[in-house]
Design a protein around this ligand. Structure first.
Ligand code: ZZB
Length: 258
């Protein structure tokens, strides 16, 4: 899988993270790095998700920057020329997903320039970076999870204001309007992030509709078909130093041995 890895710079650490983190960074800027297949939707980011029970590391990429992601992703990055020393992983510290919740980060290209880190129970440690940027307008999983969080902030141990950014229109499709994910959640009667089967189906529909029939509603490529805008947004983010290509080797290994 060829992902786009989005650099979400930490603006203010959560209380829980602050104690553990700051002195070990040696002045480095820190970024939560989110792997996405939909760079063209970045205008609609409303928050960032981590798995609350997952383990993350803060990894030095060079003398100036450190990335927050899973160890597995840091290792992949070390072999893709993203870190300074090829193959070398320098972990500054370990931090739990739950401690990252409440951290304020920059959301590159988003209409919400700064967003909060929130918990998502379905984040897989085996995919991407373990950090997911959330676009509830176009991702049914993000939409369903945010609805859960808004309903039960105390249960999820968040402050309501961290989950208060509504979905914003990014892409229009003829069949589903300007907010395809909330529309699918409604039509398919999806109740929560736990409705895995319906969410997988909704994701499939949202991917296809968005890619083949979608038109950009915002940003530099407003009015352009998604199919054409997607690589352009990606390139613009990479050129701006806000993103990089990130490949997932696991799929290859599986298909070779199997
Ligand atoms: C932003 C975004 C906007 C995404 C959208 C999707 C959509 P796939 O297709 O199953 O490979 N993701 C990334 N890493 C993880 C993880 N470790 N655990 C759970 N989810 C993860 O999924 C790729 C997408 O799943 C990624 O692209 C990311 O969410 C999420 F409008 O980034 B995406 C219709 C989907 N729309």
């Amino acid at each position: 899988q060829e992902y786009t890895a989005i650099k979400m710079e930490v603006v203010e650490w959560s209380e829980a993270a602050n104690l553990a983190v700051v002195e070990k960074l040696s002045g480095r800027k820190v970024f939560l790095v989110a792997a996405t297949l939909r760079p063209e939707t970045m205008y609609g980011q409303t928050n960032c998700f981590v798995g609350p029970s997952l383990k993350y590391g803060v990894f030095a990429m060079n003398d100036e920057e450190a990335f927050v992601c899973t160890y597995r992703a840091a290792r992949n990055m070390a072999f893709q020329g993203i870190s300074k020393m090829r193959g070398e992983i320098k972990q500054l510290l370990e931090i739990s997903g739950s401690a990252l919740v409440g951290t304020l980060v920059n959301a590159p290209f988003s209409l919400n320039p700064q967003v909060y880190v929130l918990p998502m129970d379905t984040v897989l440690p085996s995919k991407g970076t373990g950090v997911v940027t959330s676009v509830p307008s176009d991702s049914p999983d993000d939409c369903a999870t945010l609805t859960d969080l808004v309903k039960k902030p105390a249960f999820y141990k968040i402050k309501p204001e961290w989950a208060s950014f509504p979905p914003t229109p990014v892409i229009n499709t003829p069949g589903f309007g300007d907010l395809i994910a909330p529309e699918l959640v409604k039509r398919m009667k999806i109740q929560s992030q736990k409705d895995a089967k319906q969410l997988a189906e909704a994701k499939e529909i949202a991917y296809k509709e968005g890619f083949y029939n979608g038109v950009m509603l915002v940003g530099e490529f407003k009015g352009m078909r998604v199919e054409e805008a997607k690589p352009r947004v990606r390139e613009a983010m990479i050129q701006a130093g806000l993103a990089m290509a990130y490949a997932e080797p696991e799929g290859l290994i599986v298909s070779r041995s199997g």
